[in-house]
Design a protein around this ligand. Structure first.
Ligand code: HEM
Length: 57
């Protein structure tokens, strides 16, 4: 389950954040669509850097 589904308060448990959990309100597809939209607004060099970090795992 993802950070979006559990909410940042689970990482670590009790972490103070304004972001709620979305497991009961958004589907996997909706979460991916929102994050894709946000990423599409990033400058190209930032998208390239994040892709590099993700593929290094
Ligand atoms: C009421 C709506 C929301 C609020 C107030 C909110 C707020 C925040 C904040 C403040 C953070 C930084 C972490 C922290 O709390 O220190 C964060 C991280 C994040 N949020 Fe949200 N958020 C909202 C909705 C969403 C939605 C709808 C999504 C995805 C569909 C999302 C995905 C994420 C992700 C992926 C992170 C990064 C977590 C990480 O660093 O691993 N958030 N959010």
């Amino acid at each position: 389950m993802s950070v979006t589904q559990r909410g940042p308060a689970a990482y670590p448990k009790g972490y103070l954040t304004d972001m709620p959990a979305f497991r009961d309100s958004l589907s996997d597809r909706e979460i991916a669509a929102i994050l894709s939209h946000i990423k599409s607004e990033w400058p190209k060099d930032i998208r390239v850097r994040q892709n590099r970090l993700n593929s290094a795992r």
